[in-house]
Write a protein that binds this ligand. Sequence first.
Ligand SMILES: Cc1cc2nc3c(=O)[nH]c(=O)nc-3n(C[C@H](O)[C@H](O)[C@H](O)COP(=O)(O)O)c2cc1C
Length: 297
Amino acid sequence: MSQLLEMLGCQYPIIQGPIGELYDPAMVAAVSEAGAFGVLALGFVSDVEQVRTLVARVRELTDKPFGANLMISMNPNNDAILEILHDAGVRTVTTSAGSPKKIYPKIKELGMQGLHVSLSAPLAVKSVQAGADGVVVSGTESGGLRTVGPESTNFILIPLTCDLVDAPVVAAGGIADKRGYRAALALGAQGVQIGTAFLAAEESPACQAWKEAIMGCGDAGTVRVPLGPMAMRAIINPKLGDLLTKGADISKEYNLMNAGQAWRGGDFDLFPAGAGQVSALISKVRPVKDIIQEMVS
Ligand SMILES: Cc1cc2nc3c(=O)[nH]c(=O)nc-3n(C[C@H](O)[C@H](O)[C@H](O)COP(=O)(O)O)c2cc1C
């Protein structure tokens, strides 16, 4: 058994990628019940009572292992949240968006383990030095928050990171089926993290317009939308396409604070639909179980 599967305790080395404010216990349980590692996205949930309720609800729906994602610099209550997770029997978490130095001492104190999301190989090395038990490396093709600077694709990032760190490496970005899954493992990753493909799944709490935007997205249909010091990969719609053609300063056109509202209601002029380049490979809304079974087949 790989070190990663020992850490996760599930059947397949497939981790549910957290998606902003989408923290539906039923979706987490569906992923875990299908043999992968369901992850409750707690980056934006700072109310500890709400965390307690969400974690208990996942536990009611599945007795399989699941984890949670903690966004280090976004949530002031991560220490209390880790204690709730620990008491509920969660052994492994993923961490992102902040310095791992701030959270790994607490993770270790509780006897838990964590995988830190890193957007480059040097950051993956630093994450392990700061106490992370493994890394999720996220190539430029991934959905979610990105940098505005140069980035590598997973074809470079996975083997490079595997050469540099002595810990399990998970690949995030560009994976929606067994071809991507096998490629990631062939490049040295012990597992994969799936964002966009699960976002478009039948059980996903994403609104229908968001799922349709993913299914309608073709080759080169996403772009990194600059937002000051960082960027968000999103699907190019007519408004964003127009701004790109005009060479407009896109960072002045969108505010990340509007993303939650835009995505909940499907108003992609307010903020374009977040998704990875892999959207081009997704043409059907399918149950999580079918996505996972095809991937490991
Ligand atoms: C709309 C959107 C929101 C995301 N939000 C988060 C987040 O809150 N925290 C996080 O660690 N990763 C976040 N991610 C990254 C995913 O968890 C995952 O690593 C990434 O989507 C993998 O790439 P893929 O979309 O090609 O599968 C987000 C991704 C998307 C598409």
